[in-house]
Write a protein that binds this ligand. Sequence first.
Ligand code: GLU
Length: 417
Amino acid sequence: MKETLQSFYKDAFAKIDKDLTEQQKFLIENPQKKISFEIPLVRSNGQLDVFKGFRVQHNNLNGPFKGGLRFSPNVTMEHCEVLASLMTLKTSLTGLPFGGGKGGVTCNPKKLSNKELSEVVDKLVNTIHTSIGSKIDIPAPDMGTNAEIMKMIFQSYSQTRGYSPGVVTGKPIHMSGLKGRNEATGKGAALIAKWTFEKHFDKIDTSKVSIQGFGNVGKFTAKFLSDMGAKIVAVSNSSKCLYNEKGIEIDKLLENLEKEQKNSLSQIDDLSIYGEHESSDKIFEISSNIFIPAATENTITDKTVKLLSADIIIEAANMPTTHLADKWLQTNNKILVPDILASAGGVIASYFEWSQNAQNEQWEKSEVYKKIEKKLSDTWSYVVNSKKKKNTYRETCYMIAIERLIKSMPLSYSESN
Ligand code: GLU
C-alpha cells in the first residue's frame, strides 16, 4: 500500500506545473505525528489479550486532523499512515476545514462482548484523550467500528474532558449524530458514479453496475444507484458473489437482511431468489459498465483488472487499486474516479455533523442530503473543469489537493535559501 501511494504522489508531483521543493513534498507525504500504544484486556474467561493501538496524525494545515478509527486484527501503523495521508488529500480536495488522520486497534470487535468492547474504548480514550478533541483530532467510524463505538468514545472522553460531542463524528442520531451520516459514503459514491457515467456515456438508468463489498458502503451505494434506475447486476462480499443479468432486487435484498437481522450476504438462506451465486472472485467477471470496489484495499490488482469489462471504476473503498492496475486502466482508456473523491461523502457528512454539534443543532435528513450533494457536486465540477485531457482523474484530484496544501503552508516554506 505504501509503495502504491508513493507512486500516486510521484505521478501527481511530476504533473504539477510549479516546482515543489523536496521538503515541501516530504511534508505533504509524511505524517506529522505517530502515536502507538498497547491496550491490555483481561477477557471474561480470564485470558489476557494485548492489543496494539495506533493514531496517525498526518497533516493539520487546513484544520484538525480528521479520519476514521479501525478495529481490525490486521491493522498496522503502516496501514494507518497510508490511510491518514489519503484523508489529508480527501479533506483538501473537498475544501473542508480539516486535515487528515487515521487510527486503529488490532482487536476483532465481533469477538468481544459489549463489556469488553467498552473497556477497550475506555483504555483507548484514557491513553489518547490529550491528543484528540473537536479542535485537535476527530475520529470517525471505519472498518470494524460504528456509531455505537463512537458513542462510547464520546461518553468516555466527556467523563474526563467535559461534554464534547464534537470529539468524534458518526455518532448515533439521538446522541448528537447527523441524520444521513450512516449512508453518506454510499450516497457520495453513487452520485459520483452517476455523474461520471452521464458525462462520458449515457443516462444512469441505462447502466449496469457491479459492486464489490456489501458492508455499509457497498449496501448504500447499491441502494442509491438502484433508486436512480441503474441495474445492479452483481454484488459480493468476502465469500460470495451474487449476480443477476436482469438486475438484483436491491430493496428486497436489503429488507430481507434487515428483517432477519442479518449482517451479510452469506447469512441469507435462500440467495437464489435474487440470482445465481458463486465464490466472491466471480465479481470481476460479471459484465457491467461500472465497477465499484467498496470493500478493502488492493483488490484491483494487475491480475484482476484484466478481468473487468467495465469502462468506469468508482473507488468507494480506500486504496482498492494497485499502481500497476492503475497504469493498465490508463493504457486501456478506462475511466477511474479515485477514492479521495468517490469515497469523500463520509467525511463531508462528518464535517456537517461537526458543524451541527458546534451550533447545538439537529438538521433534517433532507437538508443534510442537500448539503452533502452540493459540496460533492461543487468538488466534482471543479475537478472536471480543471482536468486536462492528458491527465487522469486520479492525477487531477491529487494535483488539486496538493496545490491547496501547498497554498496553506507558511510563505517562508517556499523561499529558496
Ligand atoms: N472513515 C471514513 C473515510 O475513510 C470517514 C472519515 C471521517 O468521517 O472522518 O473517509
